[in-house]
Design a binder for this molecule. Sequence first.
Ligand SMILES: [Zn+2]
Length: 119
Amino acid sequence: MRVPFSRLGSAPIAVKAAIDETLLEGELKRGTKELAFFSGRLTGKVKLNCDLCAEEYDCNLDEEIKLALCEGVFDGESEKIEEAIIECEDAIDCEEILRGEIASIKCDYHRCERCKANN
Ligand SMILES: [Zn+2]
């Protein structure tokens, strides 16, 4: 689902994206100037490899996601915005946001349930 910045008004737009077994649902709102804000939830499950035993396991997701989206290159002061800023071209691509969230989860350090229990 792609939402052009021009479609964003003061009323929030409900958006969702699904990739494999993950689901991102939430709403988009216009913020100040060139920014839009996404607030929602990431649920479902993703396959991860344990960093200790390298075993693949299913990780259940249930995370609150808050993002700031910028039309074009962000040239403001990012320290004034608490959300992570994602630069978009003319439209906000919800699948792209979801892909990014999954990629950042995969980059994190994780342990499978068995290694957690052994620690
Ligand atoms: Zn493990």
